[in-house]
Each structure stands twice: as C-alpha cells, then as structure tokens.
Design a protein around this ligand. Sequence first.
Ligand SMILES: Nc1nc2c(c(=O)[nH]1)N[C@H]1C(S)=C(S)[C@@H](COP(=O)(O)O)O[C@H]1N2
Ligand SMILES: [Mo]
Length: 171
Amino acid sequence: MNQPTSRASVTIWASVWIIITLFLRIESGQAQTVLTISGEVTKPLTLQAADLKAMPHTDVTGKDRDGKEHHYSGIPLSDLLKQAGATLGGELRGENLSKFVVIKAVDGYEVLFALPELDPDFATRIILLADSVDGAPLAQGIGPYRVVVPGEKKPARWIREVKSIEVRFAK
Ligand SMILES: Nc1nc2c(c(=O)[nH]1)N[C@H]1C(S)=C(S)[C@@H](COP(=O)(O)O)O[C@H]1N2
Ligand SMILES: [Mo]
C-alpha cells in the first residue's frame, strides 16, 4: 500500500523541480533592461546590453581619482540623446536651451548636465557613457556603465552604475 503512494509523491516532487528549473532558465535568458532614456524626448528608449554594445564607441582620455590618465571607451551621451530624439543640434535653441539631463544610478546617486553641455555643437569635450577602461569592462560596482567627463576637475559627476537618463525642462 505504501509503495504506490511514495512513487506518486516522488513523481510530483520531480515534476515541481523540473517546472521550477525551466522557469528559472527562461527568466535568466530574458533580455534585461540596463538603461532607459526618457522625458523630453520623442523616442523614449529601453536599452539592453546588446543594444549598447552595438552602438558606435568613442575613446576619451580622463584622469581618474588616482590622478593617472586612463583610456575610456563608450557611447557619447549626445549619441544616446540623439537616438532618443532629444532636441540637439539645430533644435537646441529658444526654450530648448532650458532643458537639463538627470542621470541616475542604482544607489540613488544623481547628477545633472545642462543639455548644451552634451551637444557637440556647444561642447568642446565628449562626455561618455563608458563601458570599458583601458580595454577591460568596468568592474562590478562601477559599471557596466559610468559617465566620464574629461577635463572636469572633480570626478563627482562621473556617476557609476548608471541606470537611467532623463531629459527635463527647467521651467
Ligand atoms: N553611483 C555613484 N556614482 C558616483 C558616486 C556615488 O556615490 N554613486 N560618487 C561620485 C563622487 S562624489 C566621486 S568623487 C567619484 C569617485 O570615483 P571613484 O569611486 O572611481 O574614485 O564617483 C562619483 N560617482
Ligand atoms: Mo566626491
């Protein structure tokens, strides 16, 4: 009498285990959103790691807090904003000059840039969303994406672990 019952319970537990395993496998295989671009843009973006990897990369040299020069590679913030349809270039005039960009990190840290600071028609430096330093991916806790602001005296706007970029109107 005992035998069929225990066989049935083994079958049930095995089935439960298989379902959970399959579910976890499907979940982990799903593309994860790593960056959003929203606010005053015509095409808000929800980007995955593969999208960012595929975008054209630029190199900049910047002095890290260690005082040494490092080579950063990444996507200019202006390219990301252009792709999202922010008012850059010829459209950056009039009331659009009062727009700003808030960048947020996973730890709640936030930094702000005025939109013209990020527009190549105004700025003399390229501000990057970096994904590698000296040829290696950014370390855990720093990357996968960090803003690099070449020539800035303090690295306080070099925001680590970036998760979102928002364009807003100051008025
Ligand atoms: N996400 C996040 N980024 C951050 C900060 C922070 O607290 N959180 N601190 C900033 C400040 S104030 C400085 S001085 C630099 C320090 O960079 P480091 O940790 O690479 O030396 O990171 C900046 N980026
Ligand atoms: Mo700092």
